[in-house]
Design a protein around this ligand. Structure first.
Ligand SMILES: C[S@@+](CC[C@H](N)C(=O)[O-])C[C@H]1O[C@@H](n2cnc3c(N)ncnc32)[C@H](O)[C@@H]1O
Length: 329
């Protein structure tokens, strides 16, 4: 791996950090790329089926819990749960677009939060002309159609099965109005800041609104992050990633928070590693890594090269999740 490849490879950087900051040693840990966790592999093709539907299902299950309306991430008085923060965000977007027609592009689609947001936009009178989902995982389209076609109408739903690294804003065609690009589910944390900025710059054009959701790191503690990765669907996700790599898990995943050096300074990263056995050797597979910016780092990540300006931020009542709305300059 040359220097540039190393600098762009979050998984390898996190593996090395785990080797420095935890009892694991880096040479015990194997990695798989983020894209390969969600994209069709030779093994899927050989088996004639894929486990990618499950991978999508675990993420969807987390979102179902998040918007279930039972106060997840609310403050002590029950205000600003994730559900309510999404509603506030949708209300703000409705006001901000000021009567213009809206095209909604979702990178890494999920059904529950998106249905909530889109129903709210439409309920607020927004003229939603189309929804476009973009996913590397071909197994998400069916569920997204099922969730959204009844809301937006068959004609206004479209889908692209592609790697986001390979597309640009022109790949979505022209829209006379405002394009909202949404990337939810802490997905921003799956790439290094400079790489994600490059991707987001390419996928947007002047006047677009970009919505991103981030689980924050703060001195209030790491418990919310640990609790999130302890949820059953996250454990199942790790098991599945291990199986997809043709390895047999030998236990439950372990969760670590470990710092990595970036151009924004040190960023805490949540990492899950699952044990497996190779002959007589005990090894680990890094099944997930996700940057957890502080509030300031999340702002700095977007403003780094002056391509975006922050329009509005919403925070969950417990201050652990941010919804950041930015405008592409
Ligand atoms: C952490 S999950 C988040 C899913 C969803 N946005 C949510 O709110 O739960 C990451 C998502 O990004 C998609 N994804 C990952 N890498 C991708 C790539 N290179 N191109 C397109 N989609 C990708 C995955 O299929 C998955 O849907």
């Amino acid at each position: 791996m040359n220097g540039t490849e190393y600098e762009d490879n979050l998984e390898v950087i996190v593996r090395d950090s785990l080797g420095c900051f935890t009892p694991l040693s880096a040479d015990q840990i194997d990695t798989v790329s983020n894209a390969s966790k969600y994209s069709i592999s030779e093994n899927d093709r050989d088996a004639g089926s894929s486990s990618l539907e499950d991978v999508f299902g675990y993420m969807a299950a987390l979102n179902k819990m998040a918007v279930s309306g039972n106060g997840i991430c609310a403050d002590r008085s029950g205000n600003a749960s994730l559900h309510d923060s999404l509603i506030s965000t949708a209300d703000y977007i409705s006001h901000k677009v000021n009567g213009a027609s809206v095209r909604y592009i979702e990178i890494g689609p999920e059904p529950y939060k998106t249905e909530l947001i889109i129903k709210r936009l439409i309920g607020n009178g927004v003229d939603l002309t189309s929804y476009i989902g973009l996913d590397i995982n071909p197994e998400s389209e069916k569920a997204m159609r099922l969730a959204l076609e009844p809301v937006v109408g068959k004609q206004r739903f479209s889908y692209k099965i592609n790697d986001y690294n390979e597309l640009q804003s022109s790949s979505f065609g022209f829209h006379d109005g405002i394009t909202v690009v949404a990337m939810m589910g802490f997905q921003e944390g799956n790439e290094l800041p400079r790489k994600m900025l490059r991707i987001l710059k390419k996928l947007t054009s002047k006047g677009d609104l970009l919505l991103s959701e981030m689980q924050l790191s703060s001195l209030a503690g790491w418990k919310p992050i640990i609790d999130f990765y302890s949820l059953q669907p996250m454990k199942q996700f790790s098991q599945k990633i291990c199986e997809r790599a043709q390895l047999k898990p030998a236990g439950q995943h372990r969760i670590f928070l470990t710092p990595i050096e970036t151009e924004l300074g040190p960023v805490m990263t949540a990492a899950t590693v699952i044990p497996y056995k190779l002959f007589d050797h005990h090894r680990y597979l890094l099944t997930n890594c996700c940057l957890k910016y502080t509030k300031d780092q999340f702002r700095a990540a977007r403003k780094k090269e002056n391509d975006f300006q922050i329009v509005k931020e919403f925070f969950s009542g417990d201050q652990t999740v941010a919804y950041q709305l930015t405008l592409r300059n």
